[in-house]
Ligand binder design. Structure first.
Ligand SMILES: Nc1ncnc2c1ncn2[C@@H]1O[C@H](COP(=O)(O)OP(=O)(O)O)[C@@H](O)[C@H]1O
Ligand SMILES: [Mg+2]
Length: 374
């Protein structure tokens, strides 16, 4: 064995020892990685399990729908409410066929904005919230059962409507006999009678507004072509005397080529009477301008006044029943606080939209948007 052979042998032995050592290190590394993976997997599984348990213990029905309409998750409350088992993995249309729900899902996919809407499902009424999350187009749908609240609301409304019907006859009698008596008396008694009659008129207005509102809720109007320009001219002319007396100028700027919308003429008359009445009632000087124009395939109508305006804090409540900004002014001018609720309802029946903007001391603008096709 010469020196070179010894050197070669030593080299081979060293390489074998080194590779053995390396193999051992790699093995340990591989084992440690496997352990870490196992731990991560176990904690992910445990997190998933606890998330599922949490979602299942929520009493609110929840559902996740993916971009293709497949249910990727439905909690226990959802399966109990709907009466369907094993919703996950199936298309939501197998369980929910309500057009309002389908429309809301399409809307949120198109606009991406969270959406809350009331929908009747499985013989119950739900307030349904839709929100999109992640970049996969998953939509979380959560439902709040408001059936009982709706029922109480319905009973309350029925009570008020029935009372209003009952009040109509005695009020008409009070007004009729009061007017007859007023012609017979003079002096102090006449003054008292005037006060009685003023209050009787106010009660009659409230009763009529309540009945009008409940009538709007009960009936679905049949929409026929209505000429909005004509209607605005006719209804605004009813106020010309009042405006003349108060030196308020009326400015009409109506689009004569786009004027026909599907509507209920009588209800639309009621709508414009209420809005023009408000503009006149809450304007001391200046003008009222009514404009119509086509925008985004909708017929827009604006009614703008230079009146007292509405404080910003009151705007969110302005369409509520009986809400008035200044009770004494509204009462003084014979208001009931029901006009704008009626208007909002009429717009809903026409599948239209109403917006209000106002600045205290400088005026108010109402924007109505009517669809051109039913
Ligand atoms: N054009 C307007 N200018 C100023 N305030 C208005 C106008 N329209 C409505 N309001 C305010 O909104 C309240 C509610 O309006 P509405 O429902 O028509 O009731 P009202 O019977 O009092 O007119 C009014 O009492 C008034 O405070
Ligand atoms: Mg009014």
């Amino acid at each position: 064995m010469n020196e070179f052979t010894i050197f070669l042998l030593a080299l081979i032995i060293m390489a074998a020892i080194f590779s053995h050592l390396r193999a051992g290190r790699f093995k340990r590394m591989a084992e440690s990685i496997t352990l870490k993976c196992d731990t991560a997997m176990a904690s992910a599984l445990s997190a998933k399990k606890s998330l599922l348990e949490t979602m299942n213990s929520i009493s609110m029905p929840c559902l996740v729908v993916d971009g293709q309409g497949k249910v990727t998750f439905a909690n226990r409350a959802m399966e109990i409410s709907s009466g369907f088992q094993g919703m996950s993995g199936r298309n939501y249309l197998e369980f929910i066929k309500e057009p309002g729900f389908i429309r809301a899902l399409q809307d949120i996919r198109r606009h991406g904005k969270p959406l809350d809407t009331e929908i009747s499902l499985w013989r119950k009424v739900f307030l349904v919230s839709f929100s999109i999350f992640g970049d996969t187009g998953n939509i979380l749908v959560s439902l709040r059962d408001v059936t009982a609240e709706k029922e109480v609301e319905k009973i309350k409304k029925e009570l008020v409507t029935n009372m209003s019907h009952e009040l109509k006859t005695p009020l008409t009698a009070i007004k009729g006999y009061g007017e007859t008596l007023r012609d017979e008396v003079t002096g102090e008694p006449r003054k008292y009678l005037d006060v009685i009659l003023k209050h009787a008129d106010r009660l009659i207005s409230i009763v009529n507004d309540i009945l009008s509102l409940s009538g709007l809720e009960e009936t679905k109007p049949e929409l026929v072509p209505v000429d909005i320009s004509d209607l605005i001219r006719e209804t605004s002319s009813l106020f010309s005397e009042k405006m003349k007396k108060r030196k308020i100028e009326l400015i009409l700027d109506l689009d004569e080529s786009n004027r026909i919308v599907p509507g209920d003429r009588f209800k639309m008359e009621e709508l414009f009477i209420n809005l023009i009445d408000n503009a006149v009632r809450y304007t001391d000087e200046g003008n009222i301008s009514i404009r119509s124009f086509l925008k985004d395939d909708l017929l827009n109508v604006t009614i703008r006044d230079t009146g007292i305006g509405i404080p910003e804090r009151s705007l969110p409540r302005i369409f509520e029943r009986f809400y008035v900004v200044d009770k004494s002014r509204s009462r003084e001018t014979g208001g009931t606080g029901l006009g704008l609720s009626i208007v909002k309802h009429i717009m809903m029946l026409h599948k239209g939209n109403i917006e209000i903007s106002s600045r205290l001391g400088s005026g108010t603008e109402i924007l109505l948007k009517f669809p051109l096709h039913s």
